[in-house]
Design a binder for this molecule. Structure first.
Ligand SMILES: Nc1ncnc2c1ncn2[C@@H]1O[C@H](COP(=O)(O)OP(=O)(O)OP(=O)(O)O)[C@@H](O)[C@H]1O
Ligand SMILES: [Mg+2]
Length: 463
């Protein structure tokens, strides 16, 4: 904007100089023409009187026919003696005038010279010879100070200066306004970009201005939306992954603890424990494989994983044997009270995780010496796995909230149980992935029943 401002200023300046000098040239040439005409009129009038050696009077000089305001008329003979001078002060009549101009005029040439300086202002001198029958008898010299022209040029200069100053101010204001219009949205973008660089991906920028800037802001906002979305997915991925990894790890720890607590090492029991540990390690490996697969896709949504027909009874049994040590610590009776053989087409690890999280909650949110009962039912449409506890229950208004990520009822009490609030969210996502749902019925202080509902496999599903 500053460059633009200076270019306009320079153009104005050059234009003013050109205007002034050409006007000055034009006016001076007009004055020169006028002085030549006057000088020639006088020279013609004097040819005869000079030839006849008559004394020069104002009458035969014919001064009255020309306007001598501001003009000094000097008439000299060919010896450069001033015969007549109109000056009132410092009259040169009778004196010899030594000047180049006069000598040139006496030699028969028309001469003129224009000068301007601080002292005399604009000053134009014209000399023409007085000729009679090809003889130069003398010369007429007119000196004129071009006051009107000078005044006009000075006026014009002042006016142009004034116009230049006014236009500069207007352009200056306009430039700073436009600069502000352009830079303020850019500054906003810079501020938001800096804030995004520090990890605040939920920032948006609101820009008003030119179409290009608004398009830039729109593109910027959709970029931050995408970043924000990715950041949320990243956080979700990290927390879910940690939660999923915790389940088999705590299983391994439990087995290791049990072996360490044995006074006498029974080979068969140790073998069983190690088999459990082995299957937990396998689960851990599978989870890590799946997580690695997820990182290779550009979304965090679950890629289609191979589903197979799984016995729900075996799956629940496996979960019970893993969680029994925890239940035993609280003297909680963990049992299957009712079951029919049931199968479902599922990703085993995911449904394992879902049931595990719900049974884990039932134990975690129950008092010591209580019961956690599991029932497996089936009809044509669905397989239902119900987990009932007689624990603390869930307040009615919060039943829907508990499936929210990181939501925990009664934060103070929940802190003692050391959860993250992710178990149910992961369970619900896993069940929904299979087209199922989770039903909850609960009474505060009496207990809760969580029921996982999965579709009964159709016979035509390929195993
Ligand atoms: N069977 C239950 N009885 C009472 N409250 C429950 C039960 N199951 C869940 N809740 C409540 O729902 C909240 C959310 O459960 P969720 O399993 O998602 O998280 P969490 O158990 O707190 O932590 P974690 O991520 O380790 O499972 C719990 O904090 C608890 O307040
Ligand atoms: Mg939980």
């Amino acid at each position: 904007m500053l460059t633009y401002f200076f270019i306009v200023l320079l153009t104005l300046f050059l234009f003013s100089i050109y205007m002034l000098s050409s006007t000055e040239k034009y006016l001076v040439s007009k004055d020169r023409g006028r002085l030549y005409v006057d000088a020639n009129v006088i020279a013609n009038a004097l040819a005869d009187p000079l030839c006849n050696e008559e004394p020069l009077t104002e009458k035969n000089v014919k001064i009255e026919n020309i306007d001598t305001t501001g003009t000094r008329v000097l008439i000299c003979d060919q010896n450069m003696t001033v015969l007549y001078d109109t000056a009132n002060v410092d009259n040169w009549a009778g004196k010899t005038m030594v000047s180049d101009m006069l000598s040139q005029a006496i030699s028969g040439e028309d001469v003129d010279s224009f000068t301007k300086d601080e002292e005399h202002g604009y000053y134009l001198e014209v000399g023409v010879p007085i000729i009679k029958d090809s003889d130069v008898l003398g010369a007429v010299v007119l000196n004129s100070s071009l006051q009107t022209t000078q005044a006009f040029i000075e006026d014009t200069r002042t006016t142009l200066l004034f116009i230049t100053v006014v236009i500069s101010i207007i352009i200056g204001l306009l430039s700073s306004f436009i600069a502000e219009l352009v830079t303020s949205p850019v500054e906003k973008l810079i501020a938001v970009t800096k804030s995004i660089a520090t990890g605040n991906f939920d920032r948006h920028v609101k820009v008003t201005g030119t179409r290009e800037l608004m398009e830039l802001a729109d593109a910027f906002n959709s970029m931050t939306d995408k970043l924000n979305d990715l950041e949320q997915k990243r956080q979700m991925f990290v927390s879910d992954a940690s939660h999923e990894l915790k389940t088999p790890l705590s299983g391994i720890k439990l087995v290791a603890d049990s072996i360490m607590q044995m006074d006498v090492l029974d080979k068969e029991v140790v073998h069983d424990f190690l088999t459990d540990m082995n299957s937990e390690v396998d689960r851990l490996t599978r989870i890590i494989d799946r997580l690695l697969k997820l990182t290779k896709t550009d979304t965090v949504s679950v890629p289609s994983i191979e589903q197979k027909k799984v016995s729900i009874n075996d799956l629940v049994q496996k979960i019970i044997s893993r969680l029994r040590p925890i239940a035993l610590k609280k003297r909680i009776k963990l049992e299957i009270t009712e079951e029919v053989p049931a199968e479902a087409v599922i990703v085993e690890d995911k449904i394992y995780e879902a049931i595990y999280n719900i049974v884990d909650n039932a134990i975690k949110y129950s008092d010591t010496r209580s019961k956690v009962q599991i029932a497996i039912k089936k009809d044509e449409e669905s397989v239902r796995i119900s987990v009932t506890d007689t624990g603390i229950g869930i307040p009615e208004g919060e039943i829907n909230d508990i499936f929210e990520r990181f939501y925990r009822v009664d934060k103070a009490r929940a802190r003692d149980t050391g959860g993250t609030g992710l178990g149910l969210a992961i369970a619900l996502e896993a069940v929904r992935y299979h087209g199922g749902k989770i039903e909850v019925s609960s009474r505060e202080g009496e207990g809760s029943t969580f029921t996982i509902v999965l579709k009964t496999p159709k016979d035509d599903i390929i195993i």
